[in-house]
Design a protein around this ligand. Structure first.
Ligand SMILES: NC(=O)c1ccc[n+]([C@@H]2O[C@H](COP(=O)([O-])OP(=O)(O)OC[C@H]3O[C@@H](n4cnc5c(N)ncnc54)[C@H](O)[C@@H]3O)[C@@H](O)[C@H]2O)c1
Length: 256
């Protein structure tokens, strides 16, 4: 008789926090972390969405707007008060302002600011409180959701988004270098065009969708299931000697 398959438990004993966990990639990663044995805080500014997502016995929702330092601090403090100091944090909350983001000559300052507020300032604030907590428990692993647009000229009509993602990549490397000798690792996943709510504007436009899929050498859009495994790997002790890395799991979009 073959053994009954169960969760592999690669994150057993870990306490994770995932931002942007109410939907899309963050939701899939948080759910997979639960299945891998972690207890997981689902953080999102969409508090109702976080509550809906965090149904497992080892999951809990956290209302957190990553653009607001008080909100981020309060979220981490509430967890810590219950003995939940995350040793895994996924810095994932993000926005892409379709219909507003544009090539630089046409880009409004307000769109630039709103994009950077979530994607880059939000990453900074999440990292700040994640690192503070990890310093009290001897270290941990932080995983950022980056983008091909932050690495190469994929985002020519998305100046604000692409530059915020390039900023995240640099921020991740900087924090990785600063804390490498204190047990804190920081790595970045580069997903491709992945059909979540974030990119529904493209998904619903056959010409735009075909154009972006044509730039993925493996010939199809990404799915959240394509991505979960690399987040598990980077969160787990299997990647114990990896820090400052950017790992593309993007059907070749970034590198081919
Ligand atoms: N989908 C893609 O094609 C793609 C490609 C590369 C990178 N990414 C990145 O992956 C990450 C997740 O994207 P997704 O596709 O899952 O998006 P999504 O829109 O499906 O989900 C994003 C989540 O972030 C939350 N969020 C937004 N602003 C927030 C804030 N201020 N505070 C807290 N939560 C906030 C939203 O409520 C939502 O639940 C983003 O950083 C995105 O830039 C996505």
């Amino acid at each position: 008789m073959s053994p009954v398959p169960g969760p592999s438990g690669r994150l057993s004993g870990k306490t994770a926090l995932v931002t942007g966990a109410a939907a899309g990639i963050g939701r899939a990663v948080a759910d997979r972390f639960v299945a891998e044995g972690a207890r997981v805080a689902y953080a999102d500014r969409d508090a109702a969405g976080a509550r809906t997502a965090a149904t497992a016995a080892t999951a809990r929702p956290v209302a957190m707007d990553v653009t607001d330092e008080q909100s981020v601090a309060a979220g981490f403090a509430a967890l810590a008060a219950d003995g939940w100091v995350p040793d895994v944090v996924v810095v994932n909350a993000g926005v892409q302002l379709f219909g507003e983001d544009a090539a630089v000559a046409d880009l409004d300052l307000d769109v630039w600011r709103r994009t950077h507020d979530v994607n880059l300032t939000g990453a900074f604030l999440t990292l700040k409180y994640a690192v503070r907590g990890m310093l009290t428990i001897g270290g941990g692993s932080i995983v950022l959701s980056g983008s091909p647009t932050g690495v190469r000229g994929e985002g020519s009509d998305f100046t604000a988004y692409a530059s915020s993602k390039a900023g995240m990549h640099g921020l991740g490397r900087t924090v990785a270098a600063a804390y490498a000798n204190r047990g804190i690792r920081v790595n970045t996943v580069i997903p491709p065009y992945t059909e979540t709510g974030l990119v529904s504007t493209i998904t619903q436009d056959p010409a735009a969708r075909a154009a972006i899929v044509s730039r993925i050498p493996m010939g199809r859009a990404g799915t959240t299931a394509d991505l979960e495994g690399v987040y598990v790997f980077l969160a787990s002790d299997d990647s114990a000697f990896a820090t400052g890395a950017a790992v593309a799991v993007d059907g070749g979009m970034t590198t081919l």
